[in-house]
Design a protein around this ligand. Structure first.
Ligand code: SF4
Length: 346
């Protein structure tokens, strides 16, 4: 990973979906799916993004790629502001910014052969001609790149396992030589043994091709091995953002500590003594987020200030950002112990 070569920069990004109701069909509210997130991704870097279902992480991925038009904020790709571009200009840039989806089966046309699925982006973007030998060679090359036999190009999606279908989805995303891929829960639907294979493949591809990933998942164990840094999202906002090891060794936000306590430890002795901090209840609705800190309705450390005052997203240590009033510079482990105790007593 090259340092300080920012590829993607996200500034105060918001995506609100209007709620329409009443006799007149007017807007009566908004679902604040993404509510002011900022971060950057360097060339060849993987930024993991985790949070419970409905926290806005997939919407964030789509808003970054302009598949959802952002409500506010800016997204820079190589210093070009995607939010200010016309649809046609974004389309021109699309080869460089791609997406991999959770359920490859839903996104692979069942009536198209693998050759057509992987080759189609090259034809659409005018890079190769339909039926040309170059196109066939490129599809074969891409299949080999994702560890599949080029002879499979004549087959159809239903003839493959979930892991193989995800490899086909990855080959299609790679066909246009992207610099950046948003990976929207690419391993969540796969068996655990296959998850590791797909993660290893994506890491190898990053090493070979220098691609940057935004890797979205709903738990920390899925992003642990692939991420250089990790952002933790809750109710449309980033709660904590830091380097991978720091996030696991010294999480400063109670929500991160809760997610962290759910990650199994490979050592059986340590695993036996692992303390789980299980959050009570479900996240509140993003249509009606709590005042102050949006986590205060589930946080066992809530104090009066949390209910009234929104915590700033502060840089506690170089590169370690946290949105919590109590996350003082040496307070991470203190919060952790208190939090677990509170959870065990409740
Ligand atoms: Fe908990 Fe308050 Fe920190 Fe929010 S600001 S995470 S409610 S302690």
């Amino acid at each position: 990973m090259s340092e300080n070569n920012i590829l993607v920069q996200v500034e105060n990004l918001k995506k609100h979906f209007p709620i329409i109701g009443g006799m007149m069909g007017r807007q009566i509210g908004a679902v604040k799916a993404v509510d002011g997130i900022s971060f950057d991704i360097q060339e060849s870097e993987t930024l993991g993004m985790v949070g419970e279902s409905g926290c806005g992480k997939s919407t964030a991925g789509r808003a970054i790629l302009q598949l959802h038009k952002p409500t506010a904020g800016q997204v820079f790709f190589k210093d070009q502001d995607l939010t200010q571009m016309s649809g046609e200009d974004v389309r021109q840039l699309r080869p460089k910014i791609q997406m991999i989806f959770q359920d490859p089966y839903a996104t692979l046309n069942p009536r198209h052969s693998v050759r057509k699925i992987i080759g189609e982006p090259l034809i659409i973007h005018g890079m190769m001609k339909k039926g040309s030998p170059e196109l066939k060679d490129r599809v074969a090359e891409l299949l080999e790149l994702v560890g599949m036999d080029p002879a499979y190009m004549r087959r159809f999606p239903h003839e493959f396992s979930g892991g193989q279908r995800q490899r086909i989805g990855i080959a299609r995303a790679l066909s246009l030589n992207p610099d950046f891929i948003v990976c929207d829960e690419p391993i969540s639907a796969l068996d655990v043994s296959i998850q590791a294979q797909v993660v290893n493949l994506m890491q190898d591809l990053q090493d070979q091709l220098g691609i940057a990933y935004l890797f979205i998942a709903h738990d920390l164990s899925m992003v642990k091995h692939i991420s250089h840094r990790i952002a933790v999202m809750y109710l449309g906002k980033i709660m904590e953002l830091t380097e991978r090891n720091t996030l696991f060794d010294n999480p400063l936000h109670p929500y991160t500590q809760s997610l962290n306590s759910a990650v199994p430890i490979p050592d059986p002795k340590l695993e036996q003594n692992r303390k789980r901090f299980i959050l009570k209840g479900d996240p509140p609705s993003p249509a009606n987020p709590p005042s102050g800190c949006v986590f205060h309705t589930r946080c066992p450390l809530t104090v009066k200030k949390c209910i009234k005052v929104k915590p700033e997203f502060r840089e506690m240590h170089p590169g370690h950002f946290v949105a919590c009033h109590l996350a003082d510079e040496k307070g991470g482990s203190k919060i952790s112990k208190q939090t677990i105790l509170a959870s065990e007593m409740s």
